[in-house]
Design a protein. Structure first.
Length: 509
C-alpha cells in the first residue's frame, strides 16, 4: 500500500495564447493620399461624406470585436480545470493540482496576477460551482476487496498456529530461559527474523507488481524468500541452548514456511496456501487425545512440504526469466516496512507472553485471525472516504465524516478481536480466562496494529514503525507497564491518523 496519488490536470499549464489583434491605423492617415497617389492624381479627391449621426467620433477608435475573444486568463484556466475544481472540497486540493502541474509562483504572478498557487486556488475555488456526482458502485477497484477474500487471508494467517499444538510434546524441555517457556527463545528468534525480512520482501515484491512487472516480482521473491528462510534458521540456531535442538529444528521449518507463505500471499495464491495447510487440521483431535509422535511429525512435514512445493511452482516463471533487472525500487525503501514488521511482531508476541507455550497462544491466535477482518475494514475505510470525497462539498463536512468512519472501523475491528479472543478461550483446552488488565492490553495492542496498518497503507510507514517499536521496547523492558505502553502508542497513532487522514488530498487516487 502507497501514499496518495494526485489526479493530474490536463496536459499543459501554459495559458492559451492571446489572439493577436490587427494593428490599428489612424483613419485620417488612411484617408490621406500617399505621395505617389498625389502624383498620379493631381486633383484632390472629392470630400468624404459626412459621418452618420450614430457613428463614433473620429478621434475615438471603434470597439474591436476581438476584445471579447481575448478573455481573462483566469477564466480560461477555470474552464480548463473545471472538472477538477468542481469536485474539490478545499482550495488546498486545487493548489496541489496546480503545483503538481508545474506552475511556479513567478509564472502565476506574471500570467494571472496572483501572489502564489494558494491565492490562485482560492480564486478558482470561488469561481467554479461545486459539483459532486453521486458515487457509483466501485467493484474491482484498487481499494475494493470482498469480505470472503479477506477472511480467507485471516484464516491462512491463523492456521499455522495449529502447528504449535502438534509440535508441543516434541518441543518440551526441562526449563526455559529469560522467563519464557522451554524452547520458546529459538522459536521467537526465528519468527521475529522472518517477520522483519518477509515484511520488507513483501513490500518490494508488491512495488514490482504495482509497476505492472509480475515476472520481476517473482524474481525478487525467488531471491529473497530463500534468503529469509536461511536468516530465520540461523537466528534460531544461534540462540538455541542445551536441550533446545528440537525447538531449533522446528524454528527452521517455521522459517521455511514463512518464506513460502510470503510468496503465495504476495502473488495471490491464498487458496493454494490453504490447501497446503490442510494437514494441520489433524491438530484438532490433539486437543482431546494424545497422538503418536510419528503422526504429529508427519502432519507437520506434509504441510511444510506442500507449502514449499506450491511456492516453487508459482516461482517457475521467475526461474525461466533469469536474474532481476534494473530500474526497480532501491532496497532501502522497503526497510521501514521491515521495521514495522519487527514492532508489530514483538507486540503480538508480548500479547501471549507469561503463559505456557500452547496455553498462551489463544491471544496470539486471536490477533492473527483478526488480521483478515482488519484488512477488510481498511478497504472499507478507504471506500467510504472516497465516497465522501465525491459527495461532500466542504472540508469541514469531510473531516467530520472521515473521523466518524475511522471511529466506526476501529470499533468494528476491536469488536471482532474481542469476540475471537473469547471464542479462543472457550475452545482452547485449559486456556485461562483473560483477566480485565490482560484483555484491555490485548485490545490496545489490536488498536496499535490496526492504526499502524492504516497509516502504512497511506504511506506513513515510518511513523507507524517508530511508534510500534517504542511500544514493543517499553513492554519488553517493563512488562508491568504493558497497558500504559500500549495505550500511549494507540493514542499517538490515533492522533496521527486524525491529522493525516482528514485531509482531502490524501484520498485522491
Amino acid at each position: 500500500m502507497s501514499g496518495s496519488l494526485w489526479l493530474k490536470p490536463p496536459a499543459t499549464t501554459t495559458p492559451l495564447p492571446a489572439i493577436p489583434r490587427p494593428r490599428r491605423e489612424n483613419p485620417a492617415a488612411r484617408a490621406a493620399p500617399r505621395p505617389a497617389e498625389r502624383a498620379a492624381h493631381p486633383h484632390p479627391p472629392a470630400p468624404a461624406a459626412p459621418p452618420a449621426p450614430d457613428a463614433p467620433p473620429a478621434d475615438e477608435p471603434a470597439e474591436d470585436p476581438l476584445d471579447e475573444l481575448a478573455g481573462d486568463p483566469l477564466d480560461e484556466l477555470a474552464e480548463r480545470l473545471d472538472g477538477f475544481v468542481a469536485v474539490a472540497v478545499h482550495p488546498d486540493e486545487i493548489a496541489a493540482i496546480l503545483e503538481s502541474d508545474g506552475m511556479t509562483d513567478d509564472h502565476i504572478r506574471l500570467t494571472y496576477g496572483r501572489a502564489d498557487s494558494f491565492a490562485l486556488a482560492e480564486d478558482l475555488y470561488a469561481r467554479v460551482e461545486r459539483r459532486h456526482p453521486e458515487p457509483a458502485a466501485r467493484r474491482g477497484g484498487p481499494w475494493h476487496s470482498e469480505l470472503a477474500g479477506c477472511l480467507l487471508r485471516g484464516l491462512v494467517f491463523a492456521l499455522p498456529g495449529l502447528a504449535y499444538v502438534l509440535a508441543a510434546p516434541l518441543l518440551a524441555g526441562e526449563q526455559g530461559r529469560s522467563g519464557l517457556p522451554a524452547g520458546a527463545l529459538p522459536l521467537l528468534a526465528g519468527a521475529v527474523t522472518g517477520w522483519v525480512w518477509n515484511q520488507a520482501l513483501s513490500h518490494r515484491a508488491y512495488t514490482w507488481l504495482g509497476l505492472g512487472d509480475r515476472p520481476a516480482a517473482a524474481r525478487a521473491l525467488l531471491v529473497g524468500a530463500p534468503a529469509g528462510a536461511l536468516a530465520g534458521t540461523a537466528a534460531a540456531l544461534a540462540v538455541a541452548g542445551p536441550g533446545e535442538t528440537p525447538a531449533a529444528v522446528f524454528a527452521a521449518g517455521q522459517s521455511l514456511y514463512l518464506a513460502a507463505a510470503t510468496v503465495l500471499l504476495v502473488l495471490g495464491r491464498e487458496r493454494a496456501l490453504l490447501c497446503a495447510l490442510s494437514p494441520l487440521a489433524g491438530a484438532v483431535p490433539a486437543f482431546h487425545w494424545d497422538l503418536p509422535d510419528a503422526l504429529r511429525a508427519g502432519l507437520l512435514l506434509a504441510s511444510l512440504a506442500a507449502s514449499a512445493a506450491c511456492a516453487a511452482l508459482v516461482l517457475r516463471p521467475g526461474v525461466r526469466r533469469g536474474a532481476p533487472g534494473r530500474g526497480g525500487p532501491p532496497p532501502a525503501v522497503s526497510l521501514p516496512y521491515g521495521l514495522f514488521g519487527l514492532g508489530s511482531g514483538l507486540l503480538v508476541l508480548r500479547a501471549g507472553a507469561g503463559d505456557t507455550l500452547v496455553g498462551g497462544a489463544g491471544a496470539v491466535i486471536a490477533l492473527t485471525l483478526s488480521m483478515g477482518p482488519a484488512e477488510w475494514l481498511l478497504y472499507r475505510f478507504r471506500d467510504e472516504s472516497l465516497a465522501r470525497l465525491r459527495t461532500l462539498t466542504t472540508a469541514r463536512e469531510f473531516r467530520r465524516a472521515v473521523t466518524g468512519t475511522l471511529v466506526l472501523c476501529l470499533g468494528g475491528y476491536l469488536t471482532v478481536l474481542l469476540a475471537l479472543t473469547l471464542t479462543a478461550t472457550l475452545v482452547w483446552p485449559d486456556a485461562p480466562w483473560p483477566t480485565l488488565p490482560r484483555l484491555a492490553t490485548l485490545l490496545l495492542i489490536g488498536s496499535v496494529l490496526w492504526l499502524g496498518l492504516l497509516l502504512q497503507a497511506f504511506g506513513a510507514v515510518l511513523s507507524a514503525a517508530a511508534v510500534c517499536l517504542l511500544a514493543a521496547a517499553a513492554q519488553t523492558a517493563l512488562p508491568a507497564a504493558g497497558p500504559a505502553a500500549a495505550g500511549g502508542a494507540a493514542a499517538l497513532l490515533a492522533v496521527l491518523s486524525c491529522v493525516l487522514l482528514v485531509r482531502p488530498t490524501v484520498h485522491r487516487v
